[in-house]
Design a protein around this ligand. Sequence first.
Ligand SMILES: [Zn+2]
Length: 189
Amino acid sequence: MVIKTENELLAAFNTAYNTRIADLHASLGIAPGYAQRSGLPLQFEPDELVDAGKDMFDRDQKLTAPALAAWLAMQRSAAQQGVTLLLVSAYRSVDYQTQLIRKKLDSGRTLEDVMQFNAAPGFSEHHTGRAIDIACPDAEPLQQIFENTNAFKWLSANAGGFGFVMTYPRDHRHAISYEPWHWCFNLDQ
Ligand SMILES: [Zn+2]
């Protein structure tokens, strides 16, 4: 038996993952070369996730342990200052992202339209278990109007202190449109 080095194992894993992502893209009709076109980095699912409780729609959510701790601390700190932060969505698997896009295509939307709002499978930060979509009680979730809320103002001033960064600001270079509700915990990398 040949013992492989860590680098060889990593290369084999990356090749298998790239092939899987390419197959999923083909199944959705996404042309090869999405990474180059979108400017988005390939994202990986974590080895371990922990239960992050229910989101605002009563669905079970998961995050990595460090991201969950940071999210809870940030939510608590905001609450102490009278700002309510609600969790909309956290970890999403590559398979879930594929189903989500397929459902939208099946409902008659064009691929071009859907891809403005959803990263292709393998390229969503939600795969990492470190990204969260945040809402507040006074604005409809996942709408750009979130940027006018006190919650957004609070996040803009304070989220960085908890390790959260807004990944898709206005006029960024990625293919995804402006998402003031999407924040990623970046301290545990
Ligand atoms: Zn998001």
